[in-house]
Design a protein around this ligand. Structure first.
Ligand code: HEC
Length: 710
């Protein structure tokens, strides 16, 4: 049964009264966000109170001091240096003049939003070994605010409530079994006095779920598992029990539960205040390869789906699965944007999502029925969606059952977590899209290794070959775009081409502007109607996060977290040439007439290639290659080509020092810095074999960098 909109609005009003929303402004408590204020967030465009701006998560700033006519005068108001060169993915909140944002390793900082002066910082002191469980960098996408408290999900699984005035811990709960390779990188959301948080880890082997906690006490309210557990253990005693039994159970086969099954909810968790429903975006299978995960059979519900839940109880309402039986790491966790669109002359309450699989979906929020779906980049795995069933029309062979297949889009997604925005003024969605094909081949020697990467596909073929012309050709295939998409017509209106993928999230404003940073370090403003580039700023480092806008007094500000990192740069984002290690990240804030200058960036120089002189066997090099590409390349770069975020092992002093290499890789000498010991998965001979493989890569780098080298 569905709650009527009018009833849920009444319920909201009652909750608001109960929490004293009426005197929000006079309370004087920092970040005093109430149910009423959140419900009316659209009426406070000067603040950015929740992850996507308002509950609808349109990332639209209804501010028009900065416009397409005057954006040329936008200048830096202030910047704030961060203490890390790891990725910056957070969306800052700005509430009553204070900015609250997060950085790598789940640290939180509160800044005066007009001046950048720090008020406090909070370091949850995450055990750096947890960095190994993070598939895609030790990032954090932001905080949630409620009633004078701020909530951050720490990488190690703690959900921590901070006093917004001081940054002191009010309560903290452990949200997952820390013996398993879970992480939290996503931003919590607060809905009617409950904080809701998910987790990640489906590359390594976990079972996904979301949990709601009482915002004031941290007491657990409900939990929803997205996939069934070990049948031998029986029901979980959680909100998901009934629906997993009724709908999901029959869609799984074999020992699917062994590696957890996956289905982590690591990004989109979105509240529908009109229908009193919660939408969660569910991730990929664990392992990715359905042949290994589920005997190559079944839809594997609720992998790669949007699931609507009752926010009060956590009970299932409806779902839409974009990729049944997913086998490519096609998460459907990507940002969800709500709007009312006029479709065939009728107003429809819809949600819009552009997940990794390359389809732009418009879904009816009341029924969960698919209204339309269209690809926004070229796809090779499907030719479209059958509107009678809502299922993709798959291309035979794309599941790589019999032979390896090159598939687009792929694991890094046609669109990843980078936020998209929607302007009610233009009616367009502004989407950071990308074209990244990938080869999929079943890992014939797959065995489940608890805590390690368990994806079930061979990683070695993913390494860029040691041939300049070929890597150049591969790089030319990798594309990134800013796409303006008409969701009613399911049609592109304009498209900006970038030099490569992994560009920033977007912000739309009432000044007819779209803001977006890019991988090459330009933070830009575009005309929202035409896509014309109107303004740019050299951020000195890649920008991947989503910008926000806010107002203090009469001044409109635009802010973004600058700092390159995340899955693509760490794994296969090797640029043509890396001159220096990535600099530390920064918070950048702009206003009209701003005259601040960025401090000189601290570029750590690179050591020369350091190939070892040892004679390794061909077998060592081959074995080492398989281990490296399956276990090290995700952080140090495929083919040992780092893009400058983490050390380039071809230049490491340890490469020519066998004992030092063992001390670091086998024993964990650098574990305090996020480089774990690999002794639980590999013996010393295997780790020496990795040195052999990286040695070959170093030799190639040396020859390539030599005068006349190729
Ligand atoms: C989860 C990410 C991650 C993975 C996976 C990973 N590393 Fe690391 N590694 C790091 C980080 C972070 C550092 C930097 C530590 C520091 O700053 O001291 C590092 C540093 C190193 C260093 C020292 C480099 C130097 O000269 O400073 C070596 C050698 C190394 N890693 C080898 C490996 C090998 C071999 C593998 C695979 C078996 C591997 N790493 C897998 C994150 C990772």
């Amino acid at each position: 049964m569905r709650t009527l909109a009018s009833v849920s609005l009444l319920a909201l009003a009652v909750t608001a009264l109960a929490t004293g929303a009426g005197n929000a402004a006079s309370s004087g408590t920092p970040a005093f966000v109430t149910a009423q204020r959140l419900a009316d967030a659209g009426k406070e465009p000067g603040n950015w109170m929740t992850h996507g701006g308002t509950y609808a998560e349109q990332r639209y700033a209804d501010l028009e001091q900065v416009t397409s006519a005057n954006v040329g005068k936008l200048g830096l108001a202030w910047s704030y240096d961060l203490d890390t060169a790891r990725g910056q993915e957070a969306t800052p909140l700005v509430i009553d003049g204070v900015m609250y944002t997060t950085t790598a390793w789940s640290k939180v900082v509160a800044l005066d939003a007009a001046t950048g002066k720090p008020k406090w910082t909070f370091d949850p002191e995450v055990d750096k070994a947890r960095g190994h469980s993070a598939c895609c960098d030790v990032v954090n996408r932001g905080v949630a605010a409620w009633n004078g408290l701020l909530f951050v999900g720490a990488l190690d699984g703690r959900l921590i409530a901070l006093d917004a005035a001081t940054g002191k811990v009010k309560w903290s709960v452990q949200t997952f079994d820390a013996s398993k390779p879970y992480t939290i990188t996503g931003a919590p959301r607060v809905v009617k006095g409950k904080v809701i948080i998910g987790n990640g880890g489906a590359e390594l082997g976990v079972r996904g779920y979301v949990t709601a906690y009482d915002a004031m006490t941290g007491q657990k309210a409900w939990r929803f598992y997205t996939v069934p557990g070990d049948p031998a253990k029986g029901p979980d005693g959680e909100a998901s029990d009934d629906v997993l039994k009724a709908k999901a159970g029959d869609s799984w086969f074999g020992d699917f539960w062994k590696a957890g099954g996956g289905g982590t909810v690591w990004d989109a968790i979105v509240y529908d205040q009109e229908l009193d429903q919660l939408y969660i975006g569910v991730g990929n299978g664990s392992p990715w390869n359905r042949q290994i995960r589920s005997e190559d059979k079944g839809d594997n519900l609720f992998l790669s789906s949007v699931v609507a839940l009752n926010p009060n109880t956590g009970k299932y309402i409806w779902h839409y699965q974009g990729t049944p039986g997913e086998s490519w790491d096609f998460t459907q966790t990507q940002p969800i944007v709500q709007a009312t669109l006029t479709i065939d002359g009728k107003p429809r309450k819809v949600l819009m999502q552009a997940p990794k699989n390359g389809f732009f979906y418009v879904i009816d929020r009341e029924t969960g029925k698919l209204i339309s779906a269209k690809n926004f980049v070229p796809q090779t795995w499907a030719t479209g969606v059958d509107m009678a069933t809502g299922r993709p029309i798959e291309v035979p062979g794309a599941r790589y059952e019999k032979a390896a297949a090159t598939v687009m889009p792929s694991a890094l997604g046609a669109h990843n977590w980078h936020p998209m925005s929607f302007s009610p003024k233009t009616g367009l969605v502004y989407l950071p899209a990308q074209e990244i094909p990938m080869g999929y081949e079943t890992d014939k020697s797959y065995t489940y290794k608890p805590g390690a990467w368990n994806i079930g596909i061979s990683a070695l073929p993913l390494a860029p070959p040691n041939d300049r012309a070929v890597t150049k050709a591969i790089r030319a295939m990798l594309k990134g775009q800013l796409v303006a998409w008409d969701p009613v017509k399911q049609k592109e209106v304009w498209r900006v081409q970038y030099d490569g993928p992994w560009n920033g999230g977007t912000l739309a404003t009432a000044g007819n502007l779209v803001f977006q940073g890019n991988a090459k370090g330009q933070f830009q403003a575009f005309d929202a109607s035409t896509g014309k580039t109107l303004w740019g700023f050299d951020a000195q480092t890649g920008v991947v996060a989503g910008p926000v806008s806010y107002r203090i007094g009469t001044t409109q500000y635009v802010a973004v977290m600058a700092g390159y990192g995340g899955a693509y740069p760490l794994s296969i984002g090797f640029p043509d040439k890396v001159d220096h290690m990535a600099p530390n990240g920064r918070v950048l804030v702009f206003k009209l007439g701003g005259t601040a200058k960025l401090p000189k960036v601290d570029m750590a120089p690179l050591a020369p290639p350091n190939p070892p002189k040892d004679a390794f066997t061909a077998q060592q090099i081959a074995d080492g290659g398989a281990i490296y590409e399956g276990n090290c390349g995700v952080c140090h770069g495929g083919g040992a080509r780092s893009s400058g975020v983490l050390p380039d092992l071809r230049r490491s002093g340890a490469l020519t020092d066998k004992d030092q290499w063992q001390a670091i890789v086998h024993d964990g000498l650098l574990k305090e810095n996020g480089m774990v010991a690999f002794s639980s998965w590999f013996n010393k001979d295997q780790i020496e074999a990795v040195r052999a493989y990286v040695g070959v890569q170093a030799k190639y780098l040396a020859s390539e960098s030599a005068p006349g080298g190729k």
